[in-house]
Write a protein that binds this ligand. Structure first.
Ligand code: NAG
Ligand code: NAG
Ligand code: NAG
Ligand code: NAG
Ligand code: NAG
Ligand code: NAG
Ligand code: NAG
Ligand code: NAG
Ligand code: NAG
Ligand code: NAG
Ligand code: NAG
Length: 811
């Protein structure tokens, strides 16, 4: 009983002492007893080395006093993201020795403008699990002593000026889960000892200078969720095991010297939301196709198998998904005509294996290179006339005449292989230079109705192509201001594949509704058609699904017919799309030192996989955000989704994405498009209508009526209110994406905590922001309109500006 009352008294006593500590030194002695002297000494050493002057050693470091726990902006921040305001936080675990002893478990000194060197004294904070010194000006090397810390889970040294190699000893910290060393001046390679770090989930390394290295050994880190190895001089191939990492959400391997191919498995990584492999040396962008024939090797290049016999009106994707063909038209008068021509007599020419078979089309034959890196290419077309003869028989009267277009430009008109080659069974190659700007190459062979059609058999005419080789000449590295535009080739590729698939769907819907319709695209499962579509995992954009379902009309499901897997954009799905998108944006904005602004969030840039999980795509416009808060830049985006301050002044911050996200959310809930006119003339825009309904307390009326009562009012109100917060005309009044996630989940009240980052907006007198604004105006007025993705002369003309003009006359 005595012990029991002690137990009660002790915390009470500590509480009282703690209260006393707030303003006095009186209790210092009592408090200090709880932290071992060794750790206090270590802290003193750390303070010395870091030039951190404001720790008050007369106060117990574990007392929670303001001198030890100080985040100047906010009392709490989401665990999942790093704050961008100064944080000085020391966390203790006081449950040791029957709650009589405290140990320091977490030391976070972020953005404190600390200079000095990384103190090896931390090694005496034996129980430390988290060490973050992110965003200071620390120099010197990483002490190898860190390798002796047995409990460390997280080391964040991002954004300092640390030099020298990463000590191999760090591979001994087998408890390590997160290691962030981006944006320092580290040299050398990631030590091979990192292969021991089996618990690693999050690894962020950038800008390693020094000798090149192979891809680091991460095969044992099966729980990796995020890997950033940007600009690390990594050469060689991407190890295939990465494709098996089922938890991987984010992977940035840009700015390396990787070669070979992007493993095919990458398309099947379900968790992957962000992949950047741009600025590497992948050979992926070359194409060698043996049209009509089997795979052969010529001059060290493998010409891929193109022996599919599928002829008319189809879209055939190659096994490796790098290219595809489509062919339309029927051979008039010969339904049995083959779409592959074969030599009928011995060919005596160089590399006959390329010419013994050729693809033939009655009208139009298109080859697409997909997923290609943008740049300048050489396209070489290999022809040989193998159908007609020169033996003065009937067959020799045939005349084959067709046109060739590359990227829509006619490069060959009235092309006659025989004439050009100087006879039949002779090779003629034609080489053209072309630019690929949107990751797709299109080579179009077209019969314009000229030449013979019935020699030697009926239906032997039309374009004939024996082989295609495409090689890259140079890369397009169009830099915009920072010269660091992120291009996500794979994301772009998905869109291209999607577009191609949609062409196919269109055809299928028209031609073949009796079949299983479309649902097999969603499930990537083989149904009753040929297996070629089923090898790929397909993605659809929210936009496509919107329009395919008449803006989410549940009665208009994709996959009608006898589909048992029907697509439902029911309420939970909509909610998930919204939440998933918010989380994706949160990663981009808040989870790395180099923040990324997407700039073009809209339904067509949100891809849905077969489980309808959203993935943000098309980073063609993405900008790296820097710490200055906002950047002025050339304006690009899409009308209707663009934040007013960005549309009118070109002022770009993460809050521009937040605005676009708000608009998309409104569309998802209402099933309506923001830009299309509504029946009631009074409300031109969804956004205005929502504002009006909110004022009248009838917000739920905007919910898509086709859902009937099958939705959660609670979630709907949350989504709608979040959408309205996000679309506030003033960027400062919009929430950060991390709070959006919390609000959507119901874990945070619906409110906006003003964000110091954007203070430039409300204080236009601030010199820096003034300057940026001027820049943005100048840049804007001379903004080249070469950006294909839209845009605007000014927001009035574009017909869009929220009329709910809120109190932001300063904007
Ligand atoms: C922990 O402390 C309480 C009260 O001070 C005491 O009753 C208990 O026996 C202690 N437990 C151990 C394992 O020392
Ligand atoms: C908290 O930190 C800010 C800036 O980092 C500083 O100005 C302020 O004095 C600190 N407060 C305390 C109580 O140490
Ligand atoms: C200090 O860190 C702890 C644990 O990470 C966290 O719960 C707390 O909110 C932080 N305090 C401040 C003021 O940042
Ligand atoms: C950071 O510290 C340096 C000197 O230690 C000082 O010159 C500089 O102004 C400080 N920067 C900020 C933002 O406080
Ligand atoms: C750790 O503490 C011990 C004894 O308290 C001391 O001798 C040693 O120098 C300290 N280590 C470091 C790296 O400061
Ligand atoms: C320490 O880092 C881990 C991640 O490795 C995180 O889950 C945990 O919340 C952090 N703890 C503290 C006290 O900051
Ligand atoms: C690795 O993680 C597992 C699961 O979280 C944990 O049980 C184990 O103790 C960790 N290993 C180390 C060395 O910390
Ligand atoms: C890559 O890192 C080097 C330093 O190692 C740096 O000079 C260079 O600017 C970085 N390049 C990019 C594209 O980030
Ligand atoms: C990239 O690949 C090309 C051709 O394979 C080669 O000539 C070039 O040296 C490579 N560049 C780097 C940086 O590895
Ligand atoms: C086609 O040409 C190849 C290569 O010259 C030859 O081996 C083959 O026999 C020819 N086919 C026919 C049917 O003559
Ligand atoms: C490709 O683009 C480059 C640079 O924009 C240009 O110089 C070149 O003429 C273009 N080539 C073709 C074939 O259009």
């Amino acid at each position: 009983m005595v012990g029991g009352s002690h137990l009660l008294l002790l915390p009470l006593l500590l509480l009282l002492l703690g209260a006393g500590c707030r303003d006095g030194r009186r209790c210092a002695a009592a408090a200090a007893q709880r932290v071992p002297q060794q750790e206090v000494e270590a802290l003193k050493g750390i303070a010395r080395k870091l030039n951190k002057m404001d720790w008050d050693f007369s106060v117990d470091p574990c007392s929670g006093s303001r001198t030890w726990v100080n985040a100047s902006n906010s009392n709490s921040y989401p665990k999942s993201s790093y704050p961008n305001f100064p944080v000085s936080n020391l966390t203790c675990d006081c449950s040791f020795k029957n709650h009589t002893e405290c140990h320091i478990v977490s030391l976070e000194l972020m953005r404190q403008n600390l200079s000095g060197v990384l103190p090896e004294e931390v090694v005496n904070l034996t129980y430390l699990t988290n060490l973050s010194l992110q965003g200071n000006r620390l120099s010197g090397t990483i002490p190898k002593e860190l390798g002796r810390m047995p409990f460390l889970k997280s080391i964040n040294l991002e954004g300092n000026q640390l030099e020298g190699p990463i000590p191999p000893e760090l591979g001994n910290i087998i408890s390590l889960e997160r290691f962030f060393i981006s944006a320092n001046d580290i040299t050398g390679e990631l030590p091979s000892t990192f292969s021991r770090l089996t618990n690693m989930t999050d690894l962020r390394v950038t800008d390693l200078s020094g000798p090149s290295m192979k891809f680091p050994p991460l095969q044992n880190a099966q729980h990796l969720t995020k890997v950033v190895l940007r600009n690390c001089s990594i050469y060689g191939e991407i190890p295939p095991y990465l494709g098996q990492m089922q938890y991987l959400i984010l992977m940035d391997l840009s700015f390396n010297k990787l070669t070979g191919q992007i493993p095919q498995d990458f398309g099947r990584m379900m968790a992957l939301q962000y992949l950047d492999v741009s600025y590497n040396n992948f050979t992926d962008s070359s194409l060698f196709i043996n049209c009509g024939g089997k795979s052969v090797e010529v001059d060290g290049n493998i010409y891929e198998d193109d022996s599919s016999r599928i002829g008319t009106s189809t879209f055939v994707l190659s096994n490796d998904r790098k290219w595809a063909y489509s062919s339309t038209g029927d051979f008039v008068g010969n339904p049995d005509a083959d779409y592959i021509a074969r030599n009928t007599s011995k060919l005596i020419l160089d590399h006959p294996e390329l010419y013994t078979e050729a693809r033939l089309s009655p009208l139009s034959l298109k080859y697409y290179g997909v997923c290609m890196e943008n740049g300048e290419y050489s396209v070489k077309l290999h022809f040989a006339e193998i159908v007609f003869t020169e033996d003065h028989t009937f067959s020799s009267n045939g005349k084959r005449i067709f046109d060739v277009f590359i990227q829509g430009t006619k490069v060959l008109k009235d092309f006659n292989i025989q004439d050009e080659a100087g006879g039949v069974h002779r090779v003629i190659t034609k080489t053209f230079t072309t630019n690929i700007t949107e990751n797709t190459l299109e080579i179009h062979f077209y019969w314009a109705g000229k030449g013979t059609t019935g020699v030697p058999d009926r239906g032997v005419y039309g374009p004939l192509i024996s082989a295609i080789s495409v090689t890259q000449l140079s890369r397009n590295h169009h830099g915009i201001s920072t010269g660091l535009m992120i291009t996500i080739i794979v994301a772009a590729c998905l869109i291209v594949i999607l577009a191609l698939i949609l062409c196919y769907i269109k055809f299928f819907r028209k031609k073949n509704l009796k079949g299983n319709g479309l649902q097999f695209f969603y499930h990537g499962r083989k149904t009753d058609t040929s297996d070629l579509q089923t090898r790929t995992q397909y993605f659809f954009s929210l936009k496509e699904i919107e329009s395919a379902t008449k803006h989410f009309d549940p009665a208009n499901k994709i996959g009608e017919g006898r589909g048992d897997h029907q697509l439902k954009l029911d309420w939970p799905t909509r909610y998930n799309i919204c939440l998933g998108t918010a989380k994706g944006l949160c990663y981009l904005h808040e989870e790395s030192t180099l923040k990324i602004i997407h700039r073009d969030i809209k339904p067509s840039n949100i891809l849905l996989d077969e489980r309808l999980q959203p993935k943000i795509s098309d980073f063609g416009l993405a900008k790296l955000n820097d710490d200055r808060g906002h950047m002025s830049t050339r304006i690009a985006g899409t009308v209707g989704y663009m934040a007013p301050e960005y549309a009118t002044r070109g002022c770009l911050t993460c809050k521009a994405d937040v605005y676009s996200f708000g608009v998309v959310t409104l569309e998802i809930v209402s099933g309506m498009s923001n830009t299309s006119n509504m029946s009631d003339d009074e409300y031109l825009h969804l956004l205005d209508w929502a504002e009006r309904l909110k004022q009248e307390g009838r917000l739920l009326e905007i919910v898509d009526q086709r859902l009937g009562s099958h939705y959660s009012q609670d979630e709907a109100l949350r989504m709608l209110n979040v959408a309205l917060l996000c679309t506030n005309a003033s960027p400062v009044q919009r929430p950060k994406m991390s709070s959006v996630v919390n609000m959507l989940c119901g874990q945070a009240p619906l409110e906006v905590v003003p964000d110091e980052d954007l203070s430039g907006y409300i204080r236009p007198s601030d010199s820096q922001s003034n300057q940026s604004m001027n820049n943005s105006l100048t840049e804007w007025s001379f903004a080249p309109s070469s950006d294909p993705s839209i845009l605007l002369q000014n927001s009035v003309e574009s017909g869009y500006l929220p009329s709910s003009s809120s109190p932001s006359s300063k904007l």
